[in-house]
Write a protein that binds this ligand. Sequence first.
Ligand SMILES: *Cc1c(COP(=O)(O)O)cnc(C)c1O
Length: 378
Amino acid sequence: MKKKTQLIHGGIMGDEHTGAVSVPIYQVSTYKQEGPGKHKGYEYSRTGNPTRHALEELIKVIEEGKRGFAFGSGMAAMTAIMMLFSAGDHILLTDDVYGGSFRVMTKVLNRFGLEATFIDTSDVSNIEKEIKENTKALFIESPTNPLLKITDIEGAVKIAKANGMLTIVDNTFSTPYWQNPLNLGADIVLHSATKYIGGHSDVVAGLAVVNDEKLGNDLHFIQNSTGGVLGPQDAWLLIRGIKTLGIRMEEHEQNTKQIVDFLLQHDGITNVYYPGIETHPNHEIAKRQARGFGGMVSFDVGSTEKAEKVLTSVNYFTLAESLGAVESLISIPALMTHASIPVERRNELGITDGLIRISVGLEDAEDLIDDLKQALED
Ligand SMILES: *Cc1c(COP(=O)(O)O)cnc(C)c1O
């Protein structure tokens, strides 16, 4: 099955009993047993729910893994994955990971004895140097947020495997439509499904897929034990969102390419960050490991004042956190999504005060460009 077909025919189709072409929403917590322990595969909805199961089967198919899991948010998925490890274990992570991922590692999980080191994985030669005896996993985000840095996933996996470490990839920005880290050798892939997978700014959810039965059993044990599961209504919304993921991603990218061309020619902009630009430092790797470059672009207008002026002047870009929806969104990472990262660290990473990030939506590209043009005028 090719990708666009997987999105519509992957996993469980409709309802056997009625012929309904959409999976029913099983709004239920418990299931009648014919005798003690004799049930039809479902006992209690934290352990398993048919609507969530249909979504878990679907994400498994489209990420080409062995087992899928749905959580109440991307952060719940990440936390559950980190619970695979124990006090005293050490994890290496990409240095400009999502702000919430940085926060959970450094303010929550550290209190339970999980050690973290953040490194620039866009140069894979940085990985080996930081591996310690207790290093158990490499956590990569690629592309990153908001500088769209790319890590060579295959190259990183090679180093991780040689050192007995698992590789975990946050694939939120690329989506399973453009990039499948498990096929590049990764062990676990996770998504904030709140973004492109849901796609309509109406659900908060997280997904994880593993490529190994044992890891699958371990992660199910944690999902069931810690309980951060996704409800049936939201699971259904994701199944619905995934059906159009392919055409949405194609269109997000077409619009983004046109906007990037406009930004590159604009005098008031110092840097444009997009992996599809030939001068992007890891453009060749992006081209090799993904089928598309996505719909996120960042650019620098030089100062907070200028950036704030752009944000308040645009008409079609909604000033909001988040990304990956049908409506275009605009933000200043330093003041919004990355505010939880200390200022010194932000400057180290290059997340400057004049940096604007846009999540290009599905409006008409010409309208979006005209809107940016007027907002950038002095
Ligand atoms: C939003 C996001 C998350 C967190 O997901 P939530 O659904 O908000 O909990 C993790 N990683 C990336 C790359 C994200 O953009």
